[in-house]
Design a protein around this ligand. Structure first.
Ligand code: ADP
Length: 392
């Protein structure tokens, strides 16, 4: 029987996908269908070192997913239909602390938490419904970005607002990037031989950024909250601001709640601070060339991250390791060095040469003494495929 698993991440106007051969756990193809629903929708497919792009005449979820599967079959990567489809689902609310096989009951629960992820969960559901219609025999598995953080204690997930808001509307901190935090924490514990009893802080730094405190394999605190806006400064998201900023901007500028929400999610963070880009490579280059705003934004990004790492340490019995992952965490020696420079109080230090090489054979970049600092490349898609395989 085929051991192919297709992993899908459906967004409001895009579908990202990866095809895995689970006998060898290798990614055979990946791609992105974008601008779905528009006149210029397209599908880009990468496989065996090749990249092809085609226009999508019909670009609803159903037609697009059927083209993806047809294409993978046409190029010989799928002899039969995939044995399972793994969906990355952004928000599982308090319903899901583990991956699950998709059923009508599961879809109803994902629907119930739409108010918590109004852009993402409807897209995830649309992807599942399209597959169920097209290929009713392929089992589907939902893997949630929030699930790993369901072990947060109430003291870490409650906001200081009236408790009734939690009871009535489930207003609380959920956390995201859970698939990545779980994987890199377990991988760091394994590579560093930390055993069962350990305290780790993981920093996932991509376009979105979050950090988590992990004790003995369980998430106990994290920087993102009700939505992914809370916490660290990110590519275009502000991270933490004074909650009264909304009122202030409304009074001073006359902006309504949607404008301010858009500003904080799409026009802030590194893009807002630099006025240049949300891309860390561009920002680092500009800073190296003497752009002061770019340098200032880097300072803010790294200081805020260090400050949050300090806060996460309050949940740990001891700090054994700090893990960097995501496009920035895995590649930016500058960011890692600046963050660690702000964390001397924890005895953290770097080995400059190892940091410049993105780590030794295990990814370790720390100096002689103190907690370990390690770079672990995240593998979110493969983790989703593994979870799907385990459940079917
Ligand atoms: P996403 O969150 O969309 O999955 P990634 O995890 O790929 O994104 O991270 C994208 C970020 O990683 C971008 O800001 C990019 O500039 C940054 N990045 C990638 N490579 C490097 C590098 N060599 N140096 C600094 N930043 C990098």
């Amino acid at each position: 029987m085929s051991q192919n698993i297709l992993v899908i991440n459906s967004g409001s106007s895009s579908i990202k996908f990866s095809l895995f051969d689970m006998t060898s756990e290798t990614e055979q193809a990946s791609g992105l269908a974008e601008r779905l629903g528009g006149d210029d929708a397209s599908l880009t497919l990468k496989y065996s070192g090749q990249k092809t792009t085609l226009d999508l005449a019909q670009s609803d979820y159903r037609s697009t997913l059927s083209v993806i599967i047809d294409k993978l079959t046409e190029i010989g990567l799928l002899e039969t239909l995939p044995m399972a489809i793994g969906h990355r689902v952004v928000h599982g609310g308090e319903y899901f602390s583990d991956p699950v096989v998709v059923s009508t009951d599961v879809m109803d629960k994902i629907r119930k938490v739409i108010p918590l992820a109004p852009l993402h969960n409807p897209a995830n559901l649309a992807g599942m419904e399209a597959i169920a219609e097209l290929y009713p025999d392929i089992p589907q598995v939902a893997v949630f970005d929030t699930a790993f953080h369901q072990t947060l204690p109430a003291k870490a997930f409650l906001y200081g607002v009236p408790y009734e808001l939690y009871e009535e509307l489930a207003v609380r901190r959920y956390g995201f990037h859970g698939i990545s935090h779980q994987y890199v924490a377990s991988e760091a514990a394994r590579r560093l031989n930390l055993g069962d009893q350990h305290g780790i802080i993981t920093a996932h730094l991509g376009n979105g950024c979050s950090a988590a405190a992990v004790v003995n394999g369980h998430s106990v605190d994290t920087t993102m909250g009700l939505t992914p806006l809370e916490g660290l400064v990110m590519g275009t998201r502000s991270g933490d601001v004074d909650p009264n900023l909304h009122q202030f901007l409304h009074a001073q500028k006359g902006w309504d709640i949607d404008q301010i929400t858009n500003l904080l999610n799409k026009e802030s963070g590194m893009l807002g601070l630099t006025g240049l880009s949300n891309d860390m490579r561009t920002i680092e280059q500009a800073a190296n060339e003497g752009n002061e705003r770019a340098q200032l934004a880097l300072d803010v990004f790294c200081f805020r991250l260090a400050r949050q790492i300090g806060a996460l340490a309050a949940s740990l019995p001891q700090l054994d390791a700090l893990v960097f992952t995501g496009g920035i965490g895995e590649n930016s020696r500058t960011v890692r060095a600046m963050v660690i420079d702000n964390l001397k109080v924890f005895g953290l230090s770097l080995n400059g040469e190892l940091n410049a090489d993105n780590g030794d054979e295990h990814g370790v970049i720390s100096g002689e003494n103190g907690p370990k600092v390690i770079v672990v490349n995240t593998k979110e898609e493969l983790m989703i495929a593994k979870e799907a395989l385990a459940l079917v």
